[in-house]
Write a new protein. Structure first.
Length: 238
């Protein structure tokens, strides 16, 4: 992971997403360490953010966060983001990487589930990130967690280490769990070079019913299963 300087320009930290209304889209914006929601009408492309916060093509609303979360946002650097969380970095901490849920109910539910799943998987010694046992709370709800730094596989390395990736996935299955979101971006390595599988928000005990908030693309069928894992894995290893 590469730390990039904080920009004073407004920056989207979620992909454009459809809201409940037809032709209306939304995302979160970060600007000078503060969080805003942006809603606009038209196509799915981000509107021009010049002139922020007075936008001609969209509506900006500040998002209230607790003092602790606001301080964490100001004093960390954004590394990456997805639909439900962002990855941030604080070099001064023993667990420098932070996974922080976005400020909505579904994202908070997913991060709560993911942290609980990490704790379950850790008891089986599975190849997952090394994470702090002190999660990040906001107003009594789990908002995120900290972990040790991981590294992307170098160009061509995945193919050379495909058997190690298969072994890591097999360890999940032998312990009775599926991963659910196997992709190139979710296979990394730790400081010692060992393969680590990240983003376990779709993981679960094989054979158990899949919760409603887990996306339907993660599995074929209504229960956690290893067959979906094998299909996903072969898609990016082939």
């Amino acid at each position: 992971m590469v730390t990039t300087p904080r920009s004073s320009s407004p920056k989207p930290i979620t992909p454009p997403q459809r809201s409940g209304q037809r032709g209306v889209y939304e995302c979160y914006i970060e600007h000078n360490g503060k969080l805003y929601s942006l809603t606009w009408t038209g196509d799915i492309n981000y509107p021009n953010l010049a002139g922020f916060p007075a936008l001609r093509a969209g509506k900006i609303s500040p998002v209230e966060e607790s003092p602790d979360t606001a301080s964490l946002r100001r004093n960390s650097v954004l590394l990456d983001y997805g639909s439900h969380s962002c990855i941030r970095r604080v070099d001064s901490h023993s667990y420098p990487i932070i996974k922080l849920a976005h400020a909505n109910d579904l994202s908070m539910t997913l991060i709560q589930y993911e942290y609980e799943m990490l704790n379950r998987l850790a008891t089986s010694g599975l190849p997952i990130p090394v994470f702090s046992d002190i999660p990040i709370f906001e107003r009594g709800k789990l908002r995120g967690y900290r972990m040790k730094e991981l590294y992307k596989l170098e160009h061509g390395e995945l193919r050379l280490r495909s058997e190690e990736v298969r072994q890591a996935v097999n360890r999940f299955h032998e312990a009775g769990y599926s991963h659910g979101d196997l992709s190139l971006s979710n296979v990394m390595k730790d400081r010692q070079g060992c393969i680590v599988l990240i983003d376990v928000s779709c993981s679960g005990p094989i054979g158990e019913e899949i919760p409603s908030w887990i996306p339907i693309w993660a599995y074929d069928g209504a229960t956690f299963n290893k067959e979906s894992d094998m299909k996903q894995m072969e898609n990016f290893l082939s």
